[in-house]
Design a protein around this ligand. Sequence first.
Ligand code: DP6
Length: 327
Amino acid sequence: MKSTAIANSNTAMIKYWGKYDEKLILPMNSNISMTVDSQNTTTTVEFSKELKEDAVLINGKEQDGKPRERVSRHLDLIRNIAKIDLKAKVMSENNFPTAVGLASSASGFAALTLAACSAAGLELDKKQLSIISRQGSGSSCRSIYGGYVEWMKSEKSEDSYAVQIADENHLDIRDIAVVISTRKRKIPTREGMRLSMSTSPLYNARLKVVDESLKKVREAIKNKDFTTIGKTAEADCLMMHAVAMTTDPALIYWEPKTLEVMEKVYQWRDEGLECYFTIDTGANMHIFCLPGSADEIVKRVKEIPGIMDVFVSKPGGEAKLINNHLF
Ligand code: DP6
């Protein structure tokens, strides 16, 4: 009853921001991401009758409190489906430093879901895996698939899952993750989106336009139209941040350096170096570009004083089981 899985992280092009159902984690709007190949999580899960409680180790550190509870709750969901009552040991490693503030819950919960379901003896298809993963952390359901992925909104749990728009070989683009700050968010993402829904006067305005943006990005991915993907992703990012900023209390994730890099992106684009940015709940930025521009953009990003780190990703593959266990 032991399995190991590896899952890649993903970068949202059309953001998930707000839940229709908090417990089931059903999103208010469908959303689209690209699975990225350079940031991943490997997780080993073993169910055993020797254990009296779940043990959770992340990057070598024994977890307690909220992080352990969150993993345990996710295991409960899987134990329920598999009709088993055994506690588990979970060991998880990220191949990127967790402290840099890049998303780890997406790859983390996707790897946990796949490893735990397999260790529990469940044979599930990707749709079922994404439904389970979604309930651990919403964005993780997109990491079950490789390439370009849409998480469908629905008011019913069984209809809200991820689907692949195109695989990782369909369109080669680069996601340059620019690490600007490692400062921890004052308000967790989950709480932030809840507050936005109840207090931002712009929340519903974004919902009115997001379907159009989804349609544009979906079609642009199919047509390999990088310009439309980039433009639409950048506009949706600004829309999500407009909602965040007009939340009470205001959720301002950017730092001065974020704006500085944003300005550079506009400038480089004016000069003919095509690239677009997107930002999640932090000061860090992702820059999308075509493969031929990546080296030049990375060089220019590194010349900006104060940039802490840069990670370049291609579209990555699906979450998968591997034979090398972590323990
Ligand atoms: C801004 O998936 O981390 O990155 O479902 O509450 O665990 P929970 O939230 P999470 O939210 C990600 C929000 C985002 C946008 C996105 O990835 O689509």
